[in-house]
Design a protein around this ligand. Structure first.
Ligand code: TYC
Length: 101
């Protein structure tokens, strides 16, 4: 019997794990107008009007709200772009990205 055919693999196949998803979080502030927050949520995250309003109000009332989850690079890019949209208008609007548990 062939030794080559039966010996264990020299390098066992690594276990494949699903890449972690990242949450994009909308953070409340006292200055950004509500309707502007809704506009950004619709434009950057493709939320419908009702969902965008609910997310904005949850952040407004509770301090923060999860907008959506994405692979890391997508979450970080979207959080940056959405925060930038506020900064361009002089608002402190902040989105962050953090890993899911
Ligand atoms: N708190 C803001 C206001 O009263 C509205 C707002 C909501 C701002 C959510 C940021 O993430 C936010 N105009």
């Amino acid at each position: 019997m062939s030794n080559i055919a039966t010996r264990p693999r020299a390098r066992p196949k690594p276990k494949v794990e699903r890449p972690r998803l990242y949450k994009v979080i909308l953070v409340n502030d006292d200055f950004t107008p509500r309707n502007f927050v809704v506009t950004v949520l619709k434009a950057e995250f493709r939320l419908g009007s009702d969902q965008a309003y609910r997310v904005m109000m949850t952040a407004h009332l509770k301090g923060a709200c999860v907008v959506a989850v994405f692979p890391r690079d997508v979450a970080e890019t979207k959080a940056m772009r959405a925060s930038e949209a506020g900064r361009k208008k002089g608002y402190p609007l902040t989105f962050t990205a953090e890993p899911e548990e």
